[in-house]
Design a protein around this ligand. Structure first.
Ligand code: DSN
Length: 423
């Protein structure tokens, strides 16, 4: 790694300067975007390895290029560890990231124009779950269920069933990017069985929590397909993973390659193998539990300081604050106020948001990254106070400077794994 760093310093000082700046930003600031994390130093090393040089179209033992004696070992390790980690019959570790992962899963079992029942986007669904601006929203016919604000954000399964009976989907999809509550997979499965649909759960946000045993595994409820990215709560390299029952294995594999992608990124596949190996260790269960505990503490600390949380709290690693209702500030302004003191979050639409996506009503926060830095209950209390202070006092320069200094001190006490030298 040091060798790579040295050649980059000399070979491209402009890129190196930006990289050094990003390292500084990551080590001096608090990362609260719930889909981000600090990956393992071993993963950073393998991402920058010679594996990036290799083309490996096909699957282990069935490749279209020679020289695969080591890449086959790596991909087989990744597949076997993923199956063990998630109790899956089959794993495909080649999707380049979350969007191609979901596209490949849809095309494995559907034809263009088929109906998919998915969560309403402003209620927590993802772009690839049928946003009109995404290609998937144009290729498939999405019908939608919503969460019930009057029921604390719960999903009304009578309503889901009624929509399913009316729209007769071929696929019932659940999963989310900004929904802070547990999903009842068995209830989705019952409805899908009644209308003869396949079931798919996109657990991209929850991958690490499911692997660590603190969030339910949809495969245990009999789901046909489960997708997850590897870089969020799982702490791995950027990439996607598709798990399915063995009856769908061939369709999933040929949908990923050659259906959608060419050569897999073998450096990322190796990073995924390392990540799954780490997540199989007992320590990872402890990490997953702390991510969830920290989120509960951060949410209650915020609520105690006047934050109106969507659904009233969290059961997982993330929460959404309605900043307009809490502090009269839209999500974009709140995000920028927090950025100025070194706390990174993202603006977020709330259910049926009356405001536009670039100036929405809230912000989304989560605890995977700060938990990786070893932060716990005391830091969650400090952060809850700092978040509210940064938003409320955003116009006061002295307060912004003083709070920024406190955040840098907190970060110095909790170095980013693998970045300590750059702190
Ligand atoms: N960008 C991811 C997230 O932040 O949730 C989803 O693609």
């Amino acid at each position: 790694m040091d060798g790579n760093r040295l050649s980059l310093t000399a070979g491209d000082p402009q890129v190196y300067a930006a990289l050094a700046g990003e390292e500084r930003r990551q080590s001096r600031g608090i990362e609260l975007i719930p889909s981000e994390n600090y990956t393992w130093p071993e993963v950073l090393a393998v991402l920058g390895s010679v594996l990036t040089n290799k083309y490996s179209e096909g699957y282990p033992g069935r490749r279209y290029y020679g020289g695969q004696e080591y890449t086959d070992v790596i991909e087989e390790l990744a597949r076997e560890r993923a199956r063990r980690l998630f109790r899956a019959e089959h794993a495909n570790v080649q999707p380049l990231s979350g969007s191609p992962m979901n596209q490949a899963a849809y095309f494995a079992c559907l034809k263009p124009g088929d109906t998919i029942l998915a969560m309403e986007l402003s209620h927590g669904g993802h772009l690839t779950h049928g946003a009109p601006v995404s290609h998937m929203g144009k290729v498939f016919n999405f019908t939608r269920y919503r969460t019930r604000t009057d029921l604390g954000g719960a999903i009304d399964f009578d309503e889901v069933r009624a929509i399913a009976l009316k729209s007769r989907p071929k696929l019932v999809l659940c999963g989310h990017s900004s929904y802070p509550r547990e999903l009842d997979y068995a209830a989705f499965k019952r409805i899908a069985d009644e209308v003869g649909a396949l079931t798919m759960a996109d657990i991209s946000h929850l991958g690490g929590l499911v692997a660590g045993g603190v969030s339910a595994n949809p495969l245990d409820a009999g789901f046909d397909i489960v997708t997850t990215t590897t870089h969020k709560s799982l702490r791995g390299p950027r990439g996607g993973l598709i798990l399915c029952r063995s009856g769908l294995a061939r369709a999933i594999d040929s949908s990923v390659f050659p259906g959608l992608q060419g050569g897999p990124h073998m450096n990322a596949v190796a990073g995924a193998a390392i990540t799954f190996g780490k997540a199989l260790q007992p320590e990872f269960k402890d990490y997953a539990r702390r991510v969830k505990d920290n989120a509960g503490l951060l949410a209650s600390g915020l609520a105690a300081r006047g934050a109106a949380l969507v659904t009233g709290g969290t059961d997982n690693h993330l929460m959404v604050i309605n900043t307009v209702a809490s502090y009269g500030v839209d999500g974009d302004e709140a995000e920028r106020a927090l950025d100025r003191v070194g706390i990174t979050t993202n603006k977020q639409v709330i259910p049926d948001d009356p405001r536009p996506p670039l100036r929405p009503s809230g912000i989304r926060l989560g605890t995977p990254a700060c938990t990786t830095r070893g932060m716990g209950p005391a830091e969650m209390d400090l952060l809850a106070g700092a978040i509210v202070e940064a938003i409320v006092n955003r116009g006061n320069e002295a307060s912004v400077r003083e709070l920024g200094a406190r955040i840098r001190e907190l970060c110095a006490r909790h170095p980013v794994p693998g970045l300590a030298a750059a702190a």
